[in-house]
Design a protein around this ligand. Structure first.
Ligand SMILES: [Zn+2]
Length: 281
């Protein structure tokens, strides 16, 4: 196994080198292009250089797969970049033997080693498997250390105000403000914090909930932002002991769960009450 790994490492390096060369090629192509006045020629060489870049991205996906599963893949990979994503979000889908990765365009300039970790994480989700690799470690650290100074944030006015209160009361006003949004009722979660786009989303179900409940939801999700997450071997832990200990610091924590349940009952949100009882948030 070790030998295979070191072999793969060599393959990986070679591919990454090839990728760099492709980039250099593109530059020299562009230089040559300036000398070519024939428009047709120009279009042709542009198309070709673009094709090279696309294929080098799919090579990264092949490397990610090989390093993850210690074997080469029979899948056809495609890596696409899109501006439709907020922050560093990314998805993957599998149709027959083709796997398409859709990455936020923010990923375009991220180091290949980290990108490989992202692709591996998406692959594990698709295959419903657990594994650890150096690249996944790099990826997790990258996500934990993301700073969103460049990303445009979106704030709902009410949630924003309540966040400020929570921040002052429980974080000495030191927590960097994430985006705060309402999320449609169709979603399967009541409240979430997403590390990839630094956003707290609260379900519309709570649109007319008392401030206390909303503040608790915001506090819980802010704790996720504050504490990040722990990875241990195959698993990622979000609700650690430390998390639960800090969660209990919320004023009147003992009664908040009942209040949430009562609120959901009063709104005839049985589906959400079940969701809350089963998995919390
Ligand atoms: Zn949580």
């Amino acid at each position: 196994m070790k030998d295979l790994k070191s072999l793969l490492e060599k393959v990986r390096k070679k591919i990454l080198e090839e990728k760099k060369e492709t980039k250099v090629d593109k530059k020299s192509n562009e230089y040559k292009e300036k000398k070519i006045y024939n428009k047709k020629e120009k279009r042709k060489s542009y198309k070709e250089s673009k094709k090279n870049i696309v294929s080098s991205e799919s090579k990264i996906a092949q490397v990610a797969y090989a390093l993850l599963f210690d074997k080469t893949s029979n899948y056809v990979f495609e890596v696409k970049y899109s501006k439709k994503f907020k922050g560093y979000n990314a998805t993957a889908k599998k149709v027959n033997n083709k796997i398409t990765f859709n990455l936020s365009y923010y990923w375009k300039d991220v180091d290949d080693d980290i990108k490989i970790g992202l692709l591996q994480t998406l692959l594990l989700k698709l295959e419903n498997k657990n594994k650890e690799t150096i690249n996944i470690d790099l990826y997790n650290n990258f996500i934990k250390n993301l700073h969103f100074t460049n990303t445009k944030k979106e704030f709902d006015e009410k949630l924003s105000l309540l966040f400020e209160k929570v921040n002052i009361k429980y974080f000495n006003g030191l927590l960097e403000k994430p985006s705060l949004k309402w999320e449609g009722e169709s979603s399967r979660t009541l409240a979430t914090y997403n590390y990839h786009d630094d956003t707290i989303r609260i379900s519309n179900v709570f649109k007319d909930a008392p401030d206390e409940i909303l503040m608790f939801l915001i506090y819980h999700e802010s704790l996720h932002k504050f504490l990040k997450f722990k990875t241990k071997g195959k698993k990622t832990f979000y609700h650690t002991k430390q998390f639960r200990r800090l969660e209990r610091m919320f004023e009147n924590f003992e009664s908040i769960e009942d209040k949430i349940k009562k609120y959901l009952l009063s709104r005839k949100k049985k589906k959400y009450l079940e969701l809350f009882s089963k998995s919390g948030f």
